[in-house]
Each structure stands twice: as structure tokens, then as C-alpha cells.
Design a protein around this ligand. Structure first.
Ligand code: ADP
Ligand code: MG
Length: 238
């Protein structure tokens, strides 16, 4: 469950090739971070995996099946955005339950799943509030709760903490790492922040202009950066 393989995936917008042919394996249960400077193609790559963009060529396999023609809602993935995308007029409970309502899950089951997610995320006391009555960190937890109730094959995070202040970012980093340890679900996490990458990842994918500059564990990248770009970006001594 949850293995994702990119095979010679490319993406062009018009005549501009943003992702040249790219191969990458993401193992079941791995916490993979895509890191690189702004504009290097991190979000595009994540959106291709999610199905929010179509590949120009190549194949994306999820659990050994070609997912390229599978619509986003059927890929079994849950995306968490930096903008939260919560419904302001709905309670926290209804926001978290929303994907379950769409899937016609009955109310008792919805409540059970929402309450289990709220328990993990320390939101139990906030279920009847509206998003406007929450802090930034709590709103981000609601967005994560909405992903958890779908029980996805993998979570996809696109710079989920960039709207939060520095202290809260450190907290949320730990919370997301703990969530990964308890759920053991594959997570793909996009950030331009080297510290986030180094502290959270099992495997880091460093991107430079749509190409993979290096793939490795934080320690491997730190100890043996393969090129000057990785050395400079990760801040390791080369
Ligand atoms: P990152 O998330 O790493 O900042 P993106 O994946 O958003 O980078 O963008 C990679 C490149 O693709 C950028 O040059 C960006 O301008 C371009 N790009 C992204 N989305 C589109 C689009 N819908 N149409 C045209 N160009 C795009
Ligand atoms: Mg981006």
C-alpha cells in the first residue's frame, strides 16, 4: 500500500518544460521531502502526483497501477495546502467531516472518525467552533484532520507551515512528524525550508530547475552532497 513510482515523468506548460524526464520511487510509509528554491517545480511535481495537473509524458504508478488516467478523487491521496481552504461558515466538525459527507458516509460513522482525528490533533474542545475563532496552528490542524478522516494512501503537503510564525512552525513540524510516526502513512512534504527538510525527512529530494539534484537521507546529503548546488542549498561543508 502507498508505494508511488514516477517513471520518466515530464511536464510542460506550453513550450516551457518545467519538469524534464524524472524518475523517483517513494516507498510505502516513507516521509519524503521535496526541497528546493522557489520556482524549481516542487508544487508542480506534487500536483502531478495528486492528479491536479496531467503529466505531459511518462507514468505515475500508485500501488503498482498506472494512476495517470485516474482522477484526483480516486487516487487515494489527501492534499494539505498552506492556505488551509477551510469553509468559514461551517464548524470545525463539519469542515473535518466534509470529505466523508461527499463520500456519503453516514452521520454516526462521520462523527466517530472526526472525533478520532480531533483526538490525535488536540481539537476535541474546538469541534463546534468556526475556523475564524481558531488560531493559525489550529486551522492548519483542521486542514490536516480533513485529510486524516479520508484514510489516504499518502498525505501530500504543499508548504503547509509557511503562513505560521516561527515558533508555531517548530511546533507543527513536531506534530506532523509525530502524526507520521503514529499513522505510518506515506507523506510527501514540499518546502523551500532546508531546516524543515533536514529535521522531518526520511528521504530528501533536492530539486533544481525541475531536475533531481540529489536524493538521500538528511545525513547522506549533509555528509556527501553530490554537487555544489546541494552543498550550497543544504548548507553542508563541501
Ligand atoms: P515551486 O513550487 O517549486 O515554487 P512551481 O511548481 O510552482 O514551483 O513552478 C515551477 C515552474 O513552473 C515555475 O517557473 C512556474 O512559473 C511554472 N508554472 C507553474 N504552474 C504553471 C502554470 N499553470 N502555467 C504556466 N507555468 C506554470
Ligand atoms: Mg510551490
Amino acid at each position: 500500500m502507498g508505494k508511488i513510482a514516477l517513471k520518466h515523468v515530464t511536464k510542460s506548460f506550453g513550450a516551457t518544460e518545467v519538469i524534464p524526464p524524472l524518475d523517483l520511487d517513494i516507498e510505502d510509509g516513507e516521509f519524503v521531502v521535496f526541497v528546493g528554491p522557489s520556482g524549481c517545480g516542487k508544487s508542480t511535481l506534487l500536483r502531478l502526483i495528486a492528479g491536479l495537473e496531467d503529466v505531459t509524458s511518462g507514468m505515475i504508478e500508485i500501488d503498482g497501477n498506472d494512476a495517470t488516467k485516474v482522477p484526483p478523487s480516486k487516487r487515494g491521496l489527501a492534499m494539505v495546502f498552506q492556505s488551509y481552504a477551510l469553509y468559514p461558515h461551517m464548524s470545525v466538525r463539519k469542515n473535518i467531516a466534509f470529505p466523508l459527507r461527499m463520500a456519503k458516509v453516514d452521520e454516526a460513522e462521520r462523527n466517530r472518525k472526526v472525533e478520532a482525528a480531533a483526538d490525535i490533533l488536540n481539537l476535541t474542545d474546538y469541534l463546534e467552533r468556526r475556523p475564524g475563532q481558531l488560531s493559525g496552528g489550529q486551522r492548519q490542524r483542521v486542514a490536516i484532520g480533513r485529510a486524516i478522516v479520508r484514510e489516504p494512501e499518502a498525505f501530500l503537503f504543499d508548504e503547509p507551515l509557511s503562513n505560521l510564525d516561527a515558533a508555531l512552525r517548530v511546533n507543527m513540524r513536531l506534530e506532523i512528524s509525530e502524526l507520521h510516526q503514529s499513522l505510518k502513512t506515506t507523506m510527501i512534504y514540499v518546502t523551500h525550508d532546508q531546516v524543515e527538510a533536514m529535521t522531518m525527512a526520511d528521504k530528501i529530494v533536492v530539486l533544481n530547475a525541475g531536475r533531481i539534484a540529489q536524493v538521500g537521507s538528511p545525513l547522506e546529503l549533509y555528509r556527501s552532497p553530490q554537487n555544489i548546488f546541494v552543498a550550497g542549498f543544504i548548507g553542508s561543508p563541501k
